[in-house]
Design a binder for this molecule. Structure first.
Ligand code: ADP
Ligand code: ADP
Length: 228
Protein backbone atom coordinates (compact mmCIF):
# COMPACT_ATOMS: atom_id res chain seq x y z
CA UNK A 1 0.00 0.00 0.00
CA UNK A 2 2.80 2.43 0.95
CA UNK A 3 6.20 1.47 -0.38
CA UNK A 4 9.40 3.49 -0.45
CA UNK A 5 12.50 2.19 -2.21
CA UNK A 6 15.88 3.86 -1.88
CA UNK A 7 14.31 7.25 -1.22
CA UNK A 8 16.55 10.31 -0.85
CA UNK A 9 15.63 13.94 -0.35
CA UNK A 10 18.11 16.79 -0.62
CA UNK A 11 16.62 20.29 -0.18
CA UNK A 12 17.72 23.11 -2.48
CA UNK A 13 19.96 24.48 0.31
CA UNK A 14 21.94 21.22 0.18
CA UNK A 15 20.53 19.64 3.37
CA UNK A 16 20.19 15.87 3.00
CA UNK A 17 16.98 15.29 4.98
CA UNK A 18 16.20 11.70 3.93
CA UNK A 19 19.13 9.42 3.23
CA UNK A 20 18.12 6.13 1.63
CA UNK A 21 14.82 4.96 3.13
CA UNK A 22 13.19 1.61 2.32
CA UNK A 23 9.85 0.80 3.89
CA UNK A 24 6.60 -1.11 3.35
CA UNK A 25 3.44 -0.21 5.22
CA UNK A 26 0.52 -2.57 4.74
CA UNK A 27 -3.21 -1.80 4.53
CA UNK A 28 -4.72 -1.29 7.97
CA UNK A 29 -1.43 -0.74 9.82
CA UNK A 30 -0.98 1.96 12.47
CA UNK A 31 2.58 3.29 12.38
CA UNK A 32 4.28 5.83 14.63
CA UNK A 33 7.27 7.74 13.25
CA UNK A 34 9.62 8.91 16.00
CA UNK A 35 13.05 10.48 16.27
CA UNK A 36 14.83 13.64 17.38
CA UNK A 37 14.04 17.08 15.93
CA UNK A 38 15.63 17.56 12.53
CA UNK A 39 15.84 13.79 11.91
CA UNK A 40 13.77 13.95 8.73
CA UNK A 41 10.36 12.79 10.04
CA UNK A 42 8.39 15.64 8.45
CA UNK A 43 10.22 15.27 5.17
CA UNK A 44 9.47 11.53 5.15
CA UNK A 45 5.79 12.24 5.84
CA UNK A 46 5.52 15.14 3.37
CA UNK A 47 6.81 12.90 0.59
CA UNK A 48 3.90 10.51 1.26
CA UNK A 49 1.32 13.12 0.30
CA UNK A 50 3.51 14.72 -2.36
CA UNK A 51 4.09 17.96 -0.49
CA UNK A 52 7.78 17.27 -1.20
CA UNK A 53 9.20 15.24 -4.07
CA UNK A 54 12.00 12.75 -3.49
CA UNK A 55 15.32 13.62 -5.13
CA UNK A 56 15.80 9.92 -5.86
CA UNK A 57 13.92 6.67 -5.35
CA UNK A 58 10.34 5.47 -5.73
CA UNK A 59 7.31 6.01 -3.52
CA UNK A 60 4.22 3.96 -4.30
CA UNK A 61 0.95 4.71 -2.53
CA UNK A 62 -2.31 3.05 -3.55
CA UNK A 63 -0.63 1.93 -6.79
CA UNK A 64 0.43 5.47 -7.73
CA UNK A 65 4.14 6.21 -8.13
CA UNK A 66 4.55 9.60 -6.52
CA UNK A 67 7.89 10.24 -8.14
CA UNK A 68 6.29 10.03 -11.57
CA UNK A 69 2.85 11.45 -10.92
CA UNK A 70 2.05 14.51 -13.03
CA UNK A 71 1.19 17.79 -11.29
CA UNK A 72 -2.34 17.63 -12.72
CA UNK A 73 -2.86 14.21 -11.13
CA UNK A 74 -1.85 15.27 -7.61
CA UNK A 75 -5.51 16.01 -6.72
CA UNK A 76 -6.36 12.34 -7.43
CA UNK A 77 -3.66 11.28 -5.00
CA UNK A 78 -4.97 13.67 -2.37
CA UNK A 79 -8.39 12.06 -2.63
CA UNK A 80 -7.02 8.79 -1.38
CA UNK A 81 -4.91 10.29 1.42
CA UNK A 82 -6.16 12.33 4.38
CA UNK A 83 -3.69 14.66 6.09
CA UNK A 84 -3.77 16.06 9.64
CA UNK A 85 -1.38 18.81 10.76
CA UNK A 86 -0.11 20.04 14.12
CA UNK A 87 -1.63 23.49 13.53
CA UNK A 88 -4.99 22.16 12.19
CA UNK A 89 -5.02 24.34 9.03
CA UNK A 90 -8.76 25.04 9.17
CA UNK A 91 -10.23 27.84 7.07
CA UNK A 92 -11.04 30.56 9.62
CA UNK A 93 -13.82 32.20 7.61
CA UNK A 94 -15.77 28.97 7.20
CA UNK A 95 -17.84 27.20 9.84
CA UNK A 96 -16.98 23.73 11.06
CA UNK A 97 -19.61 22.28 8.73
CA UNK A 98 -18.33 24.30 5.78
CA UNK A 99 -14.67 23.38 6.41
CA UNK A 100 -15.55 19.72 6.04
CA UNK A 101 -18.05 20.20 3.21
CA UNK A 102 -15.39 22.15 1.31
CA UNK A 103 -13.15 19.06 1.20
CA UNK A 104 -15.99 17.26 -0.60
CA UNK A 105 -16.91 20.16 -2.88
CA UNK A 106 -13.37 20.49 -4.27
CA UNK A 107 -13.39 16.88 -5.40
CA UNK A 108 -16.78 17.29 -7.05
CA UNK A 109 -18.92 15.30 -4.64
CA UNK A 110 -22.61 15.44 -5.55
CA UNK A 111 -24.39 18.05 -3.38
CA UNK A 112 -27.03 15.52 -2.31
CA UNK A 113 -24.34 13.39 -0.63
CA UNK A 114 -22.49 16.19 1.13
CA UNK A 115 -24.74 16.81 4.13
CA UNK A 116 -24.91 13.18 5.18
CA UNK A 117 -21.16 12.68 4.81
CA UNK A 118 -20.31 15.82 6.79
CA UNK A 119 -22.75 15.00 9.60
CA UNK A 120 -21.49 11.40 9.75
CA UNK A 121 -17.87 12.45 10.32
CA UNK A 122 -18.93 15.19 12.75
CA UNK A 123 -20.77 12.49 14.66
CA UNK A 124 -17.64 10.31 14.74
CA UNK A 125 -15.60 13.15 16.29
CA UNK A 126 -18.56 14.12 18.53
CA UNK A 127 -18.84 17.69 17.25
CA UNK A 128 -22.23 17.78 15.55
CA UNK A 129 -23.34 20.41 18.05
CA UNK A 130 -20.52 22.73 16.86
CA UNK A 131 -21.39 22.49 13.16
CA UNK A 132 -22.33 26.19 12.91
CA UNK A 133 -19.38 27.47 14.91
CA UNK A 134 -16.20 29.00 13.51
CA UNK A 135 -12.75 27.53 14.23
CA UNK A 136 -11.77 30.41 16.54
CA UNK A 137 -14.78 29.58 18.74
CA UNK A 138 -13.41 26.09 19.42
CA UNK A 139 -10.72 24.75 21.74
CA UNK A 140 -7.50 23.35 20.24
CA UNK A 141 -8.68 19.78 20.76
CA UNK A 142 -12.01 20.53 19.07
CA UNK A 143 -10.24 22.17 16.13
CA UNK A 144 -8.07 19.10 15.75
CA UNK A 145 -11.18 16.90 15.80
CA UNK A 146 -12.63 19.01 12.98
CA UNK A 147 -9.43 18.64 11.04
CA UNK A 148 -9.52 14.86 11.55
CA UNK A 149 -13.15 14.82 10.38
CA UNK A 150 -12.10 16.75 7.27
CA UNK A 151 -9.23 14.32 6.62
CA UNK A 152 -11.53 11.27 6.57
CA UNK A 153 -14.66 12.66 4.94
CA UNK A 154 -13.49 11.41 1.51
CA UNK A 155 -13.06 7.96 3.04
CA UNK A 156 -9.33 7.76 2.22
CA UNK A 157 -7.41 4.49 2.46
CA UNK A 158 -4.56 6.27 4.27
CA UNK A 159 -4.43 9.05 6.88
CA UNK A 160 -1.12 10.78 7.51
CA UNK A 161 -0.64 12.97 10.59
CA UNK A 162 2.35 15.16 11.39
CA UNK A 163 2.54 15.85 15.16
CA UNK A 164 -1.26 15.99 15.53
CA UNK A 165 -1.06 16.37 19.33
CA UNK A 166 1.93 18.73 19.33
CA UNK A 167 -0.15 21.74 20.41
CA UNK A 168 -2.49 19.92 22.80
CA UNK A 169 -2.40 19.09 26.51
CA UNK A 170 -2.10 15.41 27.57
CA UNK A 171 -5.80 14.76 28.27
CA UNK A 172 -6.87 16.33 24.99
CA UNK A 173 -4.15 14.36 23.19
CA UNK A 174 -5.59 11.10 24.48
CA UNK A 175 -9.01 12.05 23.15
CA UNK A 176 -7.44 12.67 19.74
CA UNK A 177 -5.59 9.35 19.87
CA UNK A 178 -8.82 7.50 20.63
CA UNK A 179 -10.33 8.96 17.47
CA UNK A 180 -7.33 7.87 15.40
CA UNK A 181 -7.59 4.40 16.93
CA UNK A 182 -11.28 4.25 15.97
CA UNK A 183 -10.45 5.33 12.40
CA UNK A 184 -7.73 2.65 12.21
CA UNK A 185 -10.13 0.04 13.60
CA UNK A 186 -12.43 0.80 10.67
CA UNK A 187 -9.60 -0.26 8.33
CA UNK A 188 -7.82 2.99 7.49
CA UNK A 189 -4.01 2.88 7.40
CA UNK A 190 -2.48 5.45 9.76
CA UNK A 191 1.00 6.96 9.71
CA UNK A 192 1.76 9.46 12.46
CA UNK A 193 4.89 11.40 13.35
CA UNK A 194 4.88 12.23 17.05
CA UNK A 195 6.95 13.36 20.02
CA UNK A 196 4.38 11.99 22.46
CA UNK A 197 6.34 9.35 24.36
CA UNK A 198 3.52 8.35 26.69
CA UNK A 199 1.12 7.70 23.83
CA UNK A 200 3.61 5.67 21.78
CA UNK A 201 4.65 3.55 24.77
CA UNK A 202 1.06 2.89 25.81
CA UNK A 203 -0.43 2.08 22.39
CA UNK A 204 2.13 -0.63 21.43
CA UNK A 205 1.93 -0.13 17.67
CA UNK A 206 4.55 -0.38 14.96
CA UNK A 207 7.26 2.21 15.56
CA UNK A 208 9.67 3.48 12.91
CA UNK A 209 12.55 5.55 14.32
CA UNK A 210 14.34 7.97 12.01
CA UNK A 211 17.72 9.52 12.79
CA UNK A 212 19.77 11.60 10.39
CA UNK A 213 17.46 10.71 7.52
CA UNK A 214 17.66 6.95 7.98
CA UNK A 215 15.46 4.31 9.58
CA UNK A 216 17.39 3.10 12.61
CA UNK A 217 14.60 1.00 14.16
CA UNK A 218 11.40 -0.63 12.92
CA UNK A 219 9.51 -2.67 15.51
CA UNK A 220 6.04 -4.27 15.42
CA UNK A 221 5.16 -3.33 19.01
CA UNK A 222 7.73 -0.64 19.52
CA UNK A 223 8.65 1.95 22.10
CA UNK A 224 9.30 5.65 21.78
CA UNK A 225 12.98 5.57 22.70
CA UNK A 226 15.07 8.21 24.43
CA UNK A 227 14.29 11.30 22.34
CA UNK A 228 12.93 14.50 23.88
P1 ADP B 1 11.90 16.47 11.69
O1 ADP B 1 10.50 16.45 11.20
O2 ADP B 1 12.38 15.13 12.15
O3 ADP B 1 12.16 17.53 12.72
P2 ADP B 1 12.54 17.62 9.08
O4 ADP B 1 12.14 16.65 8.03
O5 ADP B 1 11.64 18.75 9.36
O6 ADP B 1 12.85 16.80 10.43
O7 ADP B 1 13.97 18.21 8.75
C1 ADP B 1 15.08 17.39 8.35
C2 ADP B 1 16.22 18.30 7.94
O8 ADP B 1 15.83 18.98 6.74
C3 ADP B 1 16.56 19.38 8.96
O9 ADP B 1 17.95 19.60 8.90
C4 ADP B 1 15.80 20.59 8.45
O10 ADP B 1 16.43 21.78 8.85
C5 ADP B 1 15.85 20.39 6.95
N1 ADP B 1 14.72 20.96 6.23
C6 ADP B 1 13.41 20.70 6.47
N2 ADP B 1 12.62 21.36 5.61
C7 ADP B 1 13.45 22.07 4.80
C8 ADP B 1 13.24 22.96 3.70
N3 ADP B 1 12.03 23.24 3.24
N4 ADP B 1 14.35 23.51 3.13
C9 ADP B 1 15.57 23.22 3.57
N5 ADP B 1 15.84 22.39 4.59
C10 ADP B 1 14.78 21.81 5.20
P1 ADP C 1 -29.56 15.78 13.15
O1 ADP C 1 -30.53 15.32 12.11
O2 ADP C 1 -28.67 14.69 13.65
O3 ADP C 1 -30.19 16.62 14.23
P2 ADP C 1 -28.95 18.13 11.73
O4 ADP C 1 -29.39 17.92 10.30
O5 ADP C 1 -29.88 18.87 12.61
O6 ADP C 1 -28.57 16.74 12.37
O7 ADP C 1 -27.54 18.86 11.72
C1 ADP C 1 -26.65 18.82 12.80
C2 ADP C 1 -25.88 20.11 12.82
O8 ADP C 1 -25.33 20.41 11.52
C3 ADP C 1 -26.78 21.25 13.20
O9 ADP C 1 -26.05 22.18 13.99
C4 ADP C 1 -27.14 21.82 11.86
O10 ADP C 1 -27.50 23.15 12.00
C5 ADP C 1 -25.85 21.64 11.07
N1 ADP C 1 -26.11 21.58 9.62
C6 ADP C 1 -26.84 20.67 8.98
N2 ADP C 1 -26.86 20.92 7.66
C7 ADP C 1 -26.12 22.06 7.48
C8 ADP C 1 -25.77 22.85 6.33
N3 ADP C 1 -26.18 22.52 5.09
N4 ADP C 1 -24.98 23.92 6.53
C9 ADP C 1 -24.56 24.25 7.75
N5 ADP C 1 -24.85 23.55 8.87
C10 ADP C 1 -25.64 22.46 8.74
Amino acid sequence: MIEMKEVYKTYSNGVLAVNGINISIHPGEFVYVVGPSGAGKSTFIKMMYREEKPTKGSIIINNMNLAEIKERNVPYLRRSIGVVFQDFKLLEKLTVYENIAFALEVIGEQPKNIKKKVLDVLDLVQLKHKARHFPNELSGGEQQRVSIARSIVNNPAVVIADEPTGNLDPDTSWGIMNIFEEINNRGTTLVMATHNKEIVNTMKKRVIAIEEGQIVRDEARGEYGTYD
